[in-house]
Design a protein around this ligand. Structure first.
Ligand code: GAL
Length: 807
């Protein structure tokens, strides 16, 4: 027996070494984002390959037509949905399939189309997919013309609205890819990489591979699987002989690595699993899966731990829109958001309330985010007239399965949420739907993956049907921060995560005093706001919140003091389009963000940074332009220091220290024009100083770019901030000058914004008013290398220019 084993091992080794020189003719994955035709409206004949689309608009996807429209309260999406238009749109793409692809399988992969997409190839209907957030594939092979033009037509129907509680966007808003493989290949999302045992000494990696045999013959071959480290070195590999009798076969393999380099939020080290299928000595497919080796646990008493060390998940919830870019996914725009969140000290992200773009998870893998990957905002009981509840019966199983299969290998994904504030949580007597569906969905997830399952529940009473189903690994509390402490008594033996917290409200740069009086706006979730500010602002001292939420500081205090709490996801990291609580129209985007829609941090960003990072922080606010004698509250967020001393025009106003459970200090002082200066000190030694000066009149524009060098790939972005300043360069805190932007060189303006939730200006323009001193332009590269000059002008102000290198 031993001898036999040895012989077959030798045979495998021979096969493997032969393939080094063997033919490698494997898969190609071609990005199909460029060169589409688009028509806004319905055109019944457009699925016909001979249809003349010459007069249609040319564009690249990812594309979102809603964000190109004008705001109106009359759009069926309502202000809650962003007050932007929906409708029906058509996309067509003509492409050539080379004659060499004959005999292969060719697929089209969509990462997300909002919504109700129907896809045709050369006039053949491939299918319909209602869910706007799900990735899907169609097999083009039987309908292709080789060596000739092929026509893909996509109808997108987002006309029935409202179908969302937030802005959804419309169109092919994520990547499209063309995948060409041989007849034997790793199937769609065909690998499942698990780490049944990981310690600092050893990692066992199990790989289950789903192989498709599209040929009519039984195939004999070998599946070789290697683990490759971040330096590109094969650390270990294995090979298994296979006989492919059926159209689908599975291979299970185990790899073991000693002294693995573990993945963590601070050191997101990635390996990759490379799967090679050989038939004879020919490599017919090679497929890569990103892998991260880590272990974690949720403990009822100690909360979350990663790789054996206690760690609090310091997360935020985000919706999928990227501000002025709308829903159209852009890797750099998402990366910038994550970079800012990391700077703030965040290590977690909840993809509220839907499956994210695959690229977002790739970024989370690389940048070290702990992700709660969420599936649904509603089940069978809807929240809006035309929402996904109408598709629930037919599609939920398939959609959930596909989400798990696509995302389960990402090391950044730590838990699944099968729903947010699901209506079925309520139900008594014979209404057992909540329990039944919870068990069904949890079973679907568990059949495909072993990570913890939870949902985000806002009613945390014992009668809650979802919790009561007893199916969850984790109990997700939305809000209810005042009940964190009692959790161990309420749900003995269970683990707690703050699936959604805070919901405080702020407008960047706006301050209502006294800062220690808290505005609860509206007074109840089902009541309109009767007070509020005439200009539809909310105060950026942390003193305005929703009735179901809290100030940032209140929840942070509970976060710090409850050891059993695994972590939390704050509502929200970034402002998003839609849901302009607490205000009605013309408010059209959220006030919840720690960072505004344009990506400018609100003051509370620095509170988190002072608490969650070691970056030295001393942040003082508000601005220093008030009425003489007016009492003004000056706040300071700081860290790495024992105290902060404040000076007004050189005169000390005394030192202040934070006491336990306090996150800021403040002084109430009569305004006098000039300069306030804060000095933070540790053991009497100055750590940082900050000054704010009463400004003169607007004099000039100052431009700064987040990056001065971008790639000439037609997709890269530079985020350019325009600041309205006085002669000395101090930002004018209420400036709203209209700024014109011009570009010379191969680049264009992809969007403009200023973070004002009530602005009716278009995001797709070459001008923008400043809001509280700032405006943003998003510059997108073309495909030619060279220097791009970006200029900003405004009436009566000295203009500014900045050079961006596109390479
Ligand atoms: C939650 C809900 C979120 C958002 C938030 C606003 O209840 O889950 O989607 O609506 O409230 O505070």
């Amino acid at each position: 027996m031993q001898k036999l084993k040895y012989l077959s091992y030798l045979l495998l080794l021979t096969i493997l070494s032969q393939t080094v020189n063997g033919q490698t003719n494997t898969r190609t994955v071609e990005n199909l984002n460029k060169g589409w035709k688009f028509y806004l409206g319905d055109e019944v004949k457009a699925s016909n390959p001979d249809f003349n689309d010459q007069n249609w608009r040319s564009l690249n996807v990812p594309h979102d037509w809603s964000v190109e429209g004008s705001f109106s309260k009359d759009h069926p999406a309502t202000p809650g949905g962003g007050a932007l238009p929906g409708g029906t749109g058509w996309y067509r793409k003509t492409f050539i399939i080379p004659a060499t692809s004959k005999g292969k399988s060719v697929f089209i992969d969509f990462d997300g189309v909002y919504r109700n997409s129907e896809v045709w190839i050369n006039g053949h209907l491939l299918g319909k997919r209602p869910n706007g957030y799900i990735a899907f594939r169609y097999d083009l092979t039987p309908f292709l013309l080789y060596g000739k033009k092929n026509v893909l037509a996509v109808k997108v129907d987002n006309s029935e609205q409202p179908n969302s509680r937030w802005y959804s966007g419309s169109g092919i808003y994520r990547d499209v890819k063309l995948t060409t493989v041989n007849h034997v290949f790793v199937d769609l999302w065909g690998t499942q990489v698990r780490t049944p045992k990981v310690t600092s000494e050893i990692a066992n990696v199990s790989i289950k591979t789903q192989i498709r045999n599209n040929s009519t013959a039984v195939q004999q071959g070998v599946v070789k699987t290697s683990l490759v480290n971040a330096e590109g070195k094969v650390v270990t590999s294995t090979a298994t002989k296979i006989t492919l009798k059926d159209s689908i076969s599975f291979v299970e393999q185990l790899l073991s690595v000693s002294n693995p380099h573990l993945w963590s939020d601070t050191d997101p080290y990635l390996y990759k699993v490379v799967t090679t299928i050989l038939l004879g000595n020919k490599t017919v497919d090679q497929y890569e899966t990103t892998a991260g080796l880590r272990y974690f646990s949720f403990d009822k008493d100690k909360g979350f731990s990663l790789n054996g060390k206690p760690l609090k998940i310091r997360g935020v919830c985000n919706h999928h829109d990227l501000g002025a870019l709308g829903a159209a996914f852009n890797v750099r725009a998402a990366e910038r958001q994550l970079e800012m969140l990391k700077e703030m000290g965040c290590n977690g992200l909840r993809t509220s309330h839907n499956p994210p773009a695959e690229e977002l998870l790739n970024l989370c893998d690389k940048m070290g985010f702990i992700v709660m990957n969420e599936a649904f905002d509603m089940w069978k009981k809807g929240k809006n007239k035309y929402d996904y509840s109408l598709d629930w019966d037919k599609w939920h199983k398939r959609d959930l399965e596909d989400q798990i299969k696509r995302d389960r290998n990402h090391p950044s994904v730590f838990m699944w949420s099968i729903g947010n504030e699901i209506q079925e949580q309520w139900g008594t007597g014979a209404d057992t739907a909540g329990r039944v569906i919870t068990r069904e969905l949890t079973a679907i997830v568990k059949s495909l993956d072993d990570r913890p399952v939870t949902s985000a529940t806002n009613d945390i009473n014992l009668y809650n049907n979802l919790i009561f189903s007893n199916a969850y690994d984790l109990i997700g509390y939305n809000y209810n921060h005042d009940k964190f402490a009692k959790f161990p008594q309420t749900f003995p033996g269970k683990q707690l995560i703050g699936s959604e917290t805070v919901s405080a409200l702020q407008t960047r740069g706006h301050y209502d005093m006294p800062s220690d009086s808290i505005r609860v706006w509206p007074t109840a979730w089902d009541k309109p706001l009767l007070t509020g500010n005439a200009d539809l602002t909310c105060s950026a001292y942390d003193n305005c919140r929703t009735p179901w939420g809290s100030t940032h500081e209140e929840t942070l205090c509970e976060f710090n003091t409850n050891q059993h709490l695994a972590g939390m996801f704050i509502w929200t990291g970034f402002d998003y389009l839609g849901e302009p609580t607490p205000y009605p129209w013309p408010a059209r985007s959220s006030y919840f963000g720690i960072i505004d829609l344009a990506g400018f941090p609100k003051d509370v960003f620095y509170m988190y940074q002072s608490q969650w990072t070691n970056t030295p922080v001393l942040h003082i606010f508000p601005h220093w332009n008030w009425k003489p004698g007016q009492l003004v509250d000056v706040w300071a967020y700081y860290n790495n220091a024992d105290e902060v001393e404040l000076f007004l025009n050189g005169k000390s106003l005394g030192s202040k220290k934070k006491v336990q459970h306090e996150f800021h200090v403040y002084w109430r002082i009569p305004f006098e024009a000039g300069t306030i200066k804060a000095v933070s000190r540790k053991n009497g030694v100055t750590v940082l100083t900050k000054e704010i000066t009463t400004t003169g009149t607007p004099s000039k524009i100052i431009l700064t770019a987040d990056r001065n060098k971008i790639k000439a790939d037609g997709e890269d972005l530079s985020f350019i901030t325009a600041k309205i300043a006085d002669e000395k360069g101090n930002m004018i805190p209420n400036a709203d000058n209209l700024i014109q932007f011009t570009v010379s060189g191969d680049a264009s303006i992809a969007g403009v914004d200023n973070g004002n939730p009530t602005s009716m200006e278009s995001f797709k323009a070459s001008q923008r008013k400043a809001f509280n001193g700032l405006a943003l332009a998003i510059l997108k590269s073309g495909e030619k290398s060279g220097k791009v000059t970006f200029t900003a002008t405004a009436q009566g102000l000295v203009p500014a220019s900045i050079e961006i290198e596109v390479k």
